[in-house]
Design a protein around this ligand. Structure first.
Ligand code: SF4
Length: 319
């Protein structure tokens, strides 16, 4: 299988003070095939967004690598690198309220990437912006308006047009609907789905709503305290989770379909996620895991393929 994007042991720490650091993302290896949608789930603070931003170069890598079509991307991005990769990798942000500059018109916001990263003249940029506003369900005449004149759902459509106008190969969607009213969430998801299939986009779809991620994604990866604990086909992970954390996370996520809801075991997650500053030895989930064993507190489980299943799990129950 051709991987469009590949993270290899990608690590991102943030220094706080002189002697402490936040282990936000630790040795994460994930590959996404061309035109595939990989959903990334986990609780708040699990490192999902930091991983997405590190993959597209918005955060420097502490260690590890990211490859785009086999090409190793820079460890630290310089302005020229953003210029070089902007047309190939983009990000759609969570908050459509703060991610749009209130002093810029919609035309300036959506066309900025083309002005910076293409050789199109003003007229061509304007035409392309008009085309994209219509593609995302707005009107060409909205170009001269400002972000505050639009609803949350419309602003996220503007964010989508801004990210996709450069026709990137790979897009990180960082909780693209979690700040929106429930009534418009499905519309934005459907729009993203249509654009993904017509443009042949490869997506990393970050979200905490597992049923939404199952609906949208081909495969699903589960992150806990900066590490991946399970990866597999989205339906398989959702309906037959193997890692104890995945099992609890899915059991505690509300399922919109009442029939599916009845067939799932209901569980609640207990205890606090440990601090990413003082990461525990051994399995990071040990203090909350109902199946913890003595080995779990000493030895860090590796993410390994499960026999006879298209699944990878990091848990001593399977080693
Ligand atoms: Fe639970 Fe041990 Fe598996 Fe960690 S390695 S999830 S503590 S059983």
């Amino acid at each position: 299988m051709t991987h469009l994007i590949e993270a290899i042991e990608l690590t991102r720490y943030f220094n706080i003070g002189r002697h402490q650091r936040v282990h936000a993302v630790e040795k994460v290896s994930l590959a996404i095939a061309e035109k595939e949608i990989l959903g990334l789930v986990g609780e708040s603070g699990s490192g999902k967004s930091t991983f997405g931003k590190t993959v597209v170069g918005l955060h420097d890598k502490t260690s590890g690598q990211v490859k785009l079509r086999g090409e190793t991307l820079p460890q630290h991005y310089r302005p020229a690198d953003f210029q070089r990769y902007a047309s190939r990798m983009q990000m759609i942000f969570q908050d459509p309220y703060s991610s749009l500059n209130p002093r810029m018109t919609i035309g300036e916001i959506v066309g900025e990437g083309l002005r910076l990263h293409s050789s199109l003249d003003d007229k061509q940029v304007k035409d392309r912006v008009a085309e994209w506003l219509v593609k995302v369900g707005l009107q060409a005449g909205h170009m001269s308006r400002y972000p505050h004149e639009f609803s949350g759902g419309q602003r996220q459509r503007i964010g989508i047009a801004r990210a996709l106008i450069l026709e990137p190969d790979f897009v990180v969607c960082d909780e693209p609907i979690s700040a929106l009213d429930v009534s418009v969430q499905a519309q934005v998801i459907n729009l993203l789905g249509e654009l993904q299939s017509t443009m042949g986009l490869t997506l990393l779809f970050i979200a905490h709503d597992l049923s939404m991620v199952r609906y949208v994604s081909d495969r699903m990866a589960v992150m806990y305290l900066g590490s991946i604990v399970e990866v597999g086909k989205a339906d398989d992970v959702y309906f037959t989770p193997k890692h104890p954390y995945t099992e609890i996370l899915i059991g505690s996520n509300p399922e919109p379909d009442p029939e599916l809801e009845r067939s799932r075991p209901s569980t609640a997650i207990s205890g606090e996620i440990p601090s990413p500053v003082n990461v525990p030895a051994g399995c990071r989930f040990a203090n909350r895991c109902p199946k913890v064993m003595p080995v779990c507190r000493d030895v860090t489980p590796e993410l390994l393929p499960l026999k006879d299943l298209d699944r990878q799990v990091a848990c001593h129950l399977y080693t």
